[in-house]
Design a binder for this molecule. Structure first.
Ligand code: NAP
Length: 313
């Protein structure tokens, strides 16, 4: 099975490389120098030239606050190029597995969002990802659209690494306590993608459509930070837990507005794959253990980047 993976250097992309590589599929992973999602024609050309049997798109403009300043770039990468990718795949009868976000929702719900819930993004990133969803559905019937949330891993920029870095530097930290969602370990999401590919290989078909995929156990950023600190100490990444202060979103200088509640109902995916999504706690243990065994240059960087890294100060 020849699989074309975009975004192979990102959090999810790296985990996909591991999972799909171990499954023995031939992976094609063109980098940004060859395929730039800010230039949609390069995305279509890659599909036409490489002729894979399946495409996984883990590429995205994920800097939520930065998207407010660069909405056109976010739309090109997360919207227009996804449409071009889907059209190129449809032309060659290739299925597209694509990843989207909980930020397509406005957060006004009080119970978990399901796949058919009304979408109403609050920020430019969410709008650009929604555009990608719509173009994907329009252009390629053979798609699996996985909405996920609060992604973390041992690589790249994410909340876990930011917390460990700040926890090592400070004795006291303020963390937002009024946004609730589901952290998702990139390795668990990559595993799910692998399961879909395996089924496609076995059955020659998939139940196309949208699926929610996040780890179990909703929490606030504050609760997630507590668990990160505990695990950080247990793994020897931190000498002691800093004092955590719970603050509101209003007290934190976000550039982009975030949904207050973005818990995803994953029961459709769980029924389809006959599995239960594990709690994020297991993924957190793995990531902290990986960080504890990492080389110094792999330890948390000092910049807050992807998604929700900037949720504490
Ligand atoms: N991170 C989250 O908390 C979160 C939450 C919900 C949903 N998601 C979704 O989950 C998916 C995976 O996210 P992630 O956290 O793994 O993202 P990530 O770590 O930020 O990685 C993004 C990937 O996209 C590539 N990329 C960005 N702009 C590009 C461009 N113009 N041309 C080519 N490649 C480009 C990056 O390449 P470089 O290495 O060259 O920059 C990187 O490989 C995305 O669809 C994202 O929207 C993420």
């Amino acid at each position: 099975m020849k699989v074309l993976l975009f975004g192979a250097t990102g959090q999810l992309g790296r985990e996909c490389r591991k999972v799909l590589g171990q499954a023995g599929w031939a992976l094609l992973t063109p980098g940004r120098d060859l395929v730039d999602f800010a230039q949609p024609e390069t995305v279509a050309a890659a599909v036409e030239n490489l002729r894979p049997q399946l495409v996984v798109n883990a590429c995205a403009f994920t800097a939520v606050d930065q998207a407010e300043a660069e909405p056109q770039l976010a739309e090109l990468v997360n919207g227009v190029s996804v449409g071009r990718l889907a059209a190129a795949c449809a032309e060659l009868q290739i299925p597209t597995i694509h990843v989207s976000t909980d930020y397509v929702f406005d957060g006004s719900a009080t119970t978990p969002y399901h796949e058919g819930s009304v979408v109403a993004p609050l920020n430019k990133y969410g709008h650009s990802k929604l555009q990608g969803e719509q173009l994907l559905r329009m252009q390629n019937r053979k798609h699996v659209l996985l909405r996920t949330s609060w992604v973390f891993s041992a690589r790249g920029n994410n909340f876990v690494k930011t917390m460990i870095r700040l926890g090592a530097q400070r004795s006291e930290l303020s963390v937002v306590g009024d946004q609730v969602g589901c952290p998702t370990y990139a390795g668990d999401l990559a595993f799910v993608i692998g399961q879909f590919i395996e089924r496609y290989q076995r059955e020659g078909n998939l139940r196309w459509g949208t699926y929610h995929c996040s780890n179990a156990e909703p929490c606030s950023w504050y609760e997630f930070a507590q668990a990160v600190m505990e695990q950080g100490v247990a793994c020897g990444l931190l000498r002691q837990e800093p004092l955590l202060q719970k603050i509101t979103s209003e007290e934190y200088p976000f550039v982009a507005t975030r949904p207050a509640y973005s818990v995803l109902d994953c029961s459709k995916l769980e029924a389809r794959l006959e599995t239960k999504m594990p709690s994020w706690r297991q993924g957190l243990e793995r990531v902290c253990a990986e960080l504890a065994g990492a080389m110094p240059e792999e330890l948390p960087r000092t910049t807050a980047g992807a998604g929700q890294a900037a949720t504490a100060r």
